[in-house]
Write a protein that binds this ligand. Structure first.
Ligand SMILES: [Zn+2]
Ligand SMILES: [Zn+2]
Length: 201
């Protein structure tokens, strides 16, 4: 199949097969990272989004920490000022310590996981892509293996026989906050380009 016939999702998966770690963690965290970036830099003043965040009681602990790994203190302050003024304090006046109810980033993460898993089923129907996965990709982390098994049982059946031969990395999910940042991402993509370049030569 020609490269330009492949969907964007397909190409993203083929990139992820070269990631030194769970390829699904790579894709999901990469997308979540741009979603967060987008909220901080573009949508922080969007009243409907702020209302949603406020009504859900802010973010879960993991994603709050992840937000602080961006160096955009202005965007973060605007969001938190809103949560504290309009959610935390009014609740405290009623003597309620209000916790996070639901986190938009957790919701988004689940959406991305589903999207990528269903796309992978399609991607691995392509013979070349399947070979690429078999040869290069690292094993999935345990939580993602479970998720694939539940979301796409047929896909799991297809990949399971190869999983125990796959390389594994100390699982990223143990750290909770994934070490993904711009520099790290760029380094990886450069490395990938070099590998492809050397193959052509
Ligand atoms: Zn994973
Ligand atoms: Zn969360």
């Amino acid at each position: 199949m020609e490269k330009n016939n492949k969907s964007l999702l397909h190409l993203s998966w083929e990139t992820a097969f070269f990631w030194e770690g769970c390829p699904l963690c790579f894709l999901v965290q990469k997308s979540l990272r741009s979603y967060m970036e987008n909220i901080l830099y573009e949508s922080v003043n969007d009243p409907s989004l702020r209302k949603e965040i406020r009504e859900k009681g802010g973010f879960c602990e993991e994603h709050s920490l992840q937000l602080f790994s961006f160096n955009d203190l202005l965007g973060i302050s605007i969001i938190y000022e809103d949560i504290i003024k309009n959610y935390t304090l009014p609740n405290l006046r009623k003597k309620i310590i209000a916790n996070n109810i639901s986190c938009i980033f957790c919701e988004k993460e689940k959406e991305y996981e589903r999207l990528y898993i269903l796309a992978l089923e399609e991607v691995l129907r392509n013979k070349d892509s399947f070979e690429l996965w078999k040869e290069n990709a690292y094993d999935f982390c345990q939580p993602h293996k479970e998720l694939i098994k539940n979301t796409a049982p047929n896909l799991y059946k297809k990949i399971e026989p190869f999983l125990n031969t796959k390389k594994r990395k100390y699982p990223e999910y143990i750290y909770k906050a994934f070490p993904w940042d711009r520099d790290f991402a760029e380094l990886f993509l450069k490395k990938l380009q070099m590998m492809r370049y050397n193959k052509i030569k």
